[in-house]
Design a binder for this molecule. Structure first.
Ligand SMILES: [Zn+2]
Length: 493
């Protein structure tokens, strides 16, 4: 064993039982975790304790936060008092400092001086880092010495009652140790609120130091994400018939896994319980009409290639359509349709390609001017004929497939589905996929020509800068706000 897996979560004190369930699920899917840490407070402002918790499948440690917690004998979580060092089974050393710092200020040196740590958990940030970010409210200068004393490989904190997501560029000490500093947002907010990672048992394996602490870190050009679409794109054009070798992409490298450190968090519009929604990379539609592209994706949170694989693993006694995931995604789709309808005479085109040997399922959508719908099928037929001539593919579709047959397909087969949905209308075009070589860009191609956006067929050529992507997300989120059921739910709880 060279490394262990660790999970850090900033739970909402009113949602502790859900946080435990999520931890258990993540443990099953991405674990086993050597330790799970609940940061911040686990008791609510009125002092009440979590109740009715599922049994944690791995040890969950929590700390005092800023609200006084005396510990409870009944608790299924492991309470670590204000200040100390915990050693996990693997030997990983975890230091923690929480609660009112006045009470422990004098102990801190005794406990931590020259105690190098693998992980350090605090509530506030040290002001040395808070100042770099010009954030004075999240910092406490009494934590500053800890950095030098413990040189933690990971420092986790929350900063404030509602948490604040921030990840500093890693920095290197003169002995080549590397420190990463991560502050998490709170469960139920749009910020990243949990962090799962591999920790090498040997600290010198942490190589990615980019600057010495105190030096201004150089902003690195963000590495191109390991993106599934770019692999898929190789199948375009003449290579479309090349037999695809099955790629095993683990959640750590999966572009659609939110738990992955590489996930593009600046693009996320909304996160619900089983799925989330983001703006698209290299959007097909432009900002011209609505002020934002409107091209988005709805993605299951779990790393499953299809709905049916999710069902098999998570809700095996049900049909796909009855699963919580499927229902929640339907809810997202409804909200998206309501949103675009409120912005003008629009329908929404949703498309998905579901194949057992895919990587992580997702559904894409764009707004479609309602008047274009009548030309859709003709355009699609043209494209089918073109693909047949050019690649010898044989795409056959059924319009408004009978529901029992569609259910069969969704539960057992590979399919491509394109749906045009309005507030009270829905037309489905369903393709049963039998061959392995599928033109994954087919729906985009049809829509591009339908909307006279032929120059935007290839998503990679439509890539935007990080700032543009973030701004697409901001506008989308603002418009989506009134329709975002996940948000509503979070606020009401
Ligand atoms: Zn994934």
């Amino acid at each position: 064993m060279n490394s262990v897996k660790i999970l850090a979560i900033n739970p909402s004190p009113t949602e502790i039982s859900k946080a435990v369930r999520i931890s258990n699920n993540l443990h099953k899917k991405h674990g086993p975790f050597d330790g799970i840490f609940f940061l911040g407070d686990v008791i609510t402002e009125d002092g009440s304790l979590p109740e009715e918790l599922d049994e944690p499948v791995a040890s969950i440690f929590h700390f005092e936060g800023v609200r006084k917690y005396e510990g409870s004998e009944k608790s299924k979580l492991k309470f670590m008092k204000q200040c100390g060092i915990l050693r996990l089974a693997s030997g990983i050393r975890v230091g923690y400092v929480s609660g009112k710092l006045d009470d422990i200020e004098s102990d801190m040196e005794k406990v931590f001086a020259n105690q190098f740590l693998d992980i350090l958990v605090t509530y506030q940030w040290p002001t040395t880092i808070a100042k770099e970010e010009k954030l004075s409210l999240v910092g406490d200068s009494r934590l500053n010495d800890l950095l030098e004393w413990t040189r933690p490989r990971y420092w986790f904190c929350v900063g404030s009652n509602n948490g604040r997501f921030f990840e500093r560029l890693p920095f290197k000490w003169d002995d080549d140790r590397v420190t990463r500093f991560i502050s998490l947002g709170q469960q139920g907010t749009q910020d990243k609120w949990y962090y799962a990672f591999n920790l090498n048992l040997d600290p010198l394996m942490d190589k990615e130091g980019v600057s010495k602490f105190g030096e201004k870190p150089q902003i690195q050009q963000k590495e191109a994400p390991v993106e599934i679409e770019s692999r898929k794109r190789k199948l375009e054009g003449p290579e479309v018939r090349v037999k695809r070798e099955k790629k095993n992409v683990a959640p750590e490298n999966c572009f659609f896994c939110v738990s992955n450190a590489k996930a593009e968090l600046h693009m996320i519009i909304s996160i619900a319980d089983y799925s989330y929604m983001t703006v698209a990379k290299g959007p097909l539609t432009t900002r011209d009409k609505l002020g934002f592209s409107g091209h988005g994706l709805i993605i299951p949170i779990g790393h499953y290639p299809t709905f049916s694989k999710y069902r098999d693993a998570e809700e095996p006694d049900k049909k796909v359509e009855e699963t919580k995931l499927f229902k929640e995604i339907e809810q997202y789709q409804k909200s998206v349709v309501s949103m675009f309808t409120s912005l003008g005479d629009y329908k929404v085109v949703f498309w998905e390609i579901s194949r057992a040997n895919a990587i992580h399922h997702h559904i894409q959508f764009v707004p479609l001017e309602a008047k274009l719908e009548e030309h859709f099928e003709t355009q699609m037929k043209k494209q089918i004929a073109y693909n047949q001539k050019k690649y010898g593919s044989n795409l056959v579709y059924t319009k408004d497939m009978e529901s029992e047959k569609l259910s069969q397909l969704i539960n057992n087969g590979d399919y491509m589905q394109i749906r045009i949905v309005g507030p009270d209308s829905e037309t489905k075009y369903v393709f049963e996929l039998i061959e392995d070589n599928v033109d994954l860009q087919f729906p985009r191609r049809v829509l591009a020509f339908l909307m006279k956006l032929g120059r935007r067929v290839i998503w990679d050529k439509c890539r935007e800068t990080l700032l543009e992507e973030a701004s697409q997300k901001d506008v989308f989120r603002e418009k989506f706000q009134p329709f975002d059921f996940s948000k509503e739910k979070n606020n009401n709880k």
